[in-house]
Ligand binder design. Structure first.
Ligand code: GLV
Length: 350
């Protein structure tokens, strides 16, 4: 009897021409409209599957996979994977992959765009003009802060943090960073950044950018206490995950002049943005577009397709998906699981 083809599901509209590569080996169900799934809907979708291509909007853990005995692989089309309960998935033998590297430079570009827009009050200036308030040119209107010659703090010094540091060098900025582990001396020299303790980073930064993974340890790391240590003239940029910042504490600091501005691409309750943030002029807000260039979003889907096929045992990397997060899923793998070889774990680097 012929072996049945794996069943896979693509949870959101991606790029059909890339997703179609899955059809060479799998039966594929795609999704035509952007969809928000409840836990019950996800459980129902996953139940008959061998694998799925998912995005950061799908939150999947023990409950969602409880009825999915065949599930072997989830390819997350994102570098961050706080939407997934990795321990539960590993215990069930489900290989999880992400999309590192291909989005590094594009996301660093967006980080820099927010740094510049926040420091120079670009969205506030545009609103001022569009609303017809530019009655006379004034020497002291919309004064901002310089990036050149200032101190940039980077919290989280993985791939994207390092790419931001390299850009900062071109702007003549002094770059400080804090990270769970210090970079090797030669990498520090290469990116031109100096390691400092967390509190020193907060106190010394003229502009602080958050690029660290969202974990229980980083939940609300930037809260009232951390914000109080920052300069009142400083700006804060978050391109990591909204939950790293206590948004109410941030809004309060911004409203009362204890912080000059913020550039936010991510929000704790996204796509809902707190009214306290929306009400402020000194915040630049973008709808989680860090990696959203056409070329990069396509590269992410291509990598995820490659990872999914490899995790299901197909293609040149069959059994060794290049961006496997949970090598321990192999130990727990169900009989017939396709993950076989050793793979570098890149879980903590953004
Ligand atoms: C986007 O936020 C990602 O994690 O890729």
């Amino acid at each position: 009897m012929a072996e049945s083809r794996p069943r896979v599901w693509v949870s959101q509209p991606l790029f059909d021409d890339l997703v179609d590569q899955l059809r060479a080996h799998c039966d594929v169900e795609t999704t035509q409209a952007v969809t928000t799934y409840t836990a019950e809907q996800l459980a129902q979708k996953l139940a008959p599957l061998d694998g799925a291509l998912i995005t950061l909007n799908e939150r999947i853990g023990a409950t969602e996979i409880a009825q999915a005995p065949r599930l072997r692989a989830l390819a997350n089309v994102a570098v961050g994977y706080n939407n997934l309960d990795i321990a539960a998935l590993s215990a069930a033998g489900v290989a999880v992959t992400n999309t590192p590297d291909v989005l590094t430079e594009t996301t660093a570009d967006l980080g820099f765009a927010l740094l510049m827009a926040t420091a120079r009050r670009i969205t506030e200036a545009e609103a001022f003009l569009r609303e017809g308030r530019w009655g006379k040119w004034s020497f002291t209107t919309l004064l901002g802060a310089d990036l050149h010659g200032s101190t940039l703090g980077i919290l989280g010094m993985g791939r994207i943090g390092q790419a931001i540091a390299r850009r900062a060098r071109g702007f003549g900025m002094r770059v400080l960073y804090h990270n769970r582990s210090r970079l090797a001396a030669e990498v520090e020299t290469d990116v031109g950044a100096s390691y400092v303790p967390f509190d020193d980073l907060l106190r010394s930064s003229d502009h602080l950018v958050l690029v660290l993974p969202y974990t229980p340890a980083s939940h609300h790391l930037i809260g009232a206490a951390a914000l109080a240590k920052m300069k009142s003239t400083a700006t804060l940029v978050n391109i990591a995950r909204g939950g790293i910042v206590d948004e109410l504490a941030l809004a309060d600091a911004l409203a009362h002049g204890r912080l000059a501005g913020a550039g936010l691409d991510v929000f704790e309750g996204e796509p809902t943005v707190r009214p306290e943030l929306l009400a402020l002029k000194n915040v630049v807000l973008t709808p989680h577009i860090g990696s959203a260039s056409l070329a990069t979003r396509r590269a992410m889907v291509q990598l995820a397709v490659h990872n999914l096929l490899a995790a299901l045992g197909f293609g040149p990397d069959a059994g060794n998906p290049p961006s496997l997060i949970n090598a321990d899923a192999r130990k727990a793998a169900k009989t017939g699981g396709a993950i076989v070889g050793a793979t570098t774990i890149t879980a903590t680097k953004r």
